[in-house]
Design a protein around this ligand. Structure first.
Ligand code: AHR
Length: 495
């Protein structure tokens, strides 16, 4: 029997809803086909944006969406994507395909409005200019008379939009210009100066942060520019490598489906490494910013497997299994537990690219196991982190040991306790006793997904992974007994 302790009497930080954010780039079929099909498509749409996809995304309460990249952002000129005369360009980073710019600023901000999500724009720093960024902000957010605001009106939008977040560059240590942290700190300050707050729109400025465990980057940015930023990003992708200390193990990517148990546990081990990464970056940031004024913005995270056979490898299209669901769940638990400093995270990427919540093929749409994790976790949005602890053994292989269970818990505004618990074991169910202190409860509801580690939702076939309800739950003396199936993500709500 595993013991799971939840203490509602110990309250910590607010779990910012933006931890449940997403990212979508002009890459492969992420935007075109996935989100946007154009007004003349036979697929049901509103001003070109797929209705089925919007409806599914509204259900998981997408709080914020990052766009247009990624590396694409670093050669994007926003002026090519507004008005009636849109430039056709080459998407040089992602397969050399034609980008016709039919999805641009108006379409992105329309999508955000349809989703009820905040906009997070990634500005071009690598090949763009401060003037371009400054004019983009003026175009989107200024209500008065100005060349850019007038141009927006000519293009059909009278009122300005609300733009809450702006990233000043993307991966400027690599595809965003191969800069040193010292050089980028100066570039950041130069660009940031021209990101103006018009009217009541206040833009939260995010500086480009580290690649995984590059703590020197974080230290340099905090020291040289920490006072001029609201957030510092962090990028980390999960791939099945052997040791946590290795640099990015590109050569060790394996198939998204049809992997073995060793690869499963190595992948989970890599996902759990996120905790150490955040701890260490926090430690560095604390030296310069003990008051937590600068947020960690984990604006790219998720699994990165080999592209599906017979698809364009540059399109990064991968299936999504229970393994991805477990990675998502432990990552979100980790973000919750670091919500004092982690204030946003954006899964890469929302539709049809890398670890997606939705996959499409023509008019068909699939909700992936990762989608269901976001559904099971949505109750944490804007709730208060409370203490949780699991008394248990490790599981896994000799090479990659992982905890059997992984948990986070929060108290919602309505007073309900929301617990998300993951059984990482591929084959061992866990008989679990959950003990709540600091509050009494009389009802419990639980929903979960589980399956074989390779279970997924294939096109043209019934789904293998769907949310199920756990019944009945035995409650006794402010505790409950629950059997968690192997390879499972569950949500438990106590009231
Ligand atoms: O998400 C795919 C790519 O990964 C992004 O364009 C880039 O920022 C990162 O390296």
């Amino acid at each position: 029997m595993v013991l799971l302790f939840i203490n509602a009497g110990r309250k910590y930080s607010k779990i910012n809803k933006n931890i449940y954010g997403h990212f979508s780039e002009h890459l492969g079929r992420g935007i075109y086909n996935g989100l946007y099909v154009g007004e003349n498509s036979p697929i049901a749409n509103t001003r070109g944006i797929r209705n089925d996809v919007v409806e599914a995304l509204r259900h998981i309460q997408v709080p914020v969406l990052r766009w247009p990249g990624g590396c694409f952002a670093e050669y994007y000129n926003w002026k090519d994507g507004v008005g009636t005369d849109r430039k056709r360009m080459v998407n040089a980073g992602w397969g050399g395909v034609v980008e016709d710019n039919s999805f641009g600023t108006h379409e992105f901000l329309d999508l955000c409005e349809q989703l009820g999500a905040s906009a997070y724009i990634a500005a071009n720093v690598g090949s763009g200019t401060p003037r371009e960024v400054s004019e983009w902000v003026e175009y989107m957010t200024f209500s008065g008379e100005s060349p850019m605001a007038n141009w927006r009106r000519e293009n059909g939008r009278d009122q300005p939009w609300k733009v809450e977040f702006m990233g000043i560059g993307n991966e400027n240590w690599a595809c965003g210009g191969h800069m040193s942290p010292e050089y980028y700190a100066d570039v950041y300050k130069r660009f940031e100066t021209f990101v103006r707050n018009y009217d009541s729109n206040k833009i939260f400025r995010v500086a480009c942060g580290a690649d995984g465990n590059d703590y020197k980057w974080t230290e340099t940015l905090m020291r040289l520019a920490g006072k001029r930023m609201n957030g510092l990003s962090l990028h980390y992708y999960t791939m099945p490598a052997y040791y946590e200390t290795e640099p990015y193990p590109w050569e060790r990517k394996g198939p998204a489906v049809g992997f073995d148990e060793a690869s499963y546990y190595r992948t989970l081990r890599r996902a759990l490494y996120m905790d150490e990464l955040i701890r260490r970056h926090k430690f560095v940031m604390d030296q310069y910013d003990p008051e937590c004024q600068v947020s960690i913005i984990l604006d790219e995270w998720g699994t990165w497997h080999e592209a599906e056979p017979e698809t364009n490898p540059a399109f990064l299209f991968q299936q999504n299994t229970m393994r991805d669901a477990i990675v998502a769940a432990v990552s979100l638990n980790i973000f919750n537990t670091h919500s004092d400093r982690v204030h946003m995270a954006n899964l890469a990427q929302m539709v049809n690219v890398l670890q997606s919540v939705i996959l499409t093929e023509g008019e068909e749409m699939i909700l992936t196991p990762t989608y269901h994790v976001f559904d099971l976790f949505k109750g944490h949005q804007d709730s208060t982190l409370i203490e949780s602890y699991v008394q248990q053994d490790l599981t896994g292989t000799e090479e990659a040991q992982v905890p059997a269970l992984h948990v986070s818990a929060s108290e919602r505004a309505d007073g309900k306790i929301h617990i998300t618990v993951v059984n990482l074991s591929v084959d061992e169910p866990q008989q679990t006793q959950l003990l709540l202190s600091g509050k009494t409860f009389s009802t419990a509801e639980a929903r979960y997904i589980s399956g074989d580690m390779n279970s997924h939702n294939p096109f043209g076939q019934p789904p293998q992974v769907e949310i199920q309800t756990m019944l009945p739950i035995v409650i006794k003396d402010n505790s409950l007994f629950i059997d968690l199936p192997a390879c499972c993500v569950a949500e438990i709500i106590l009231d």
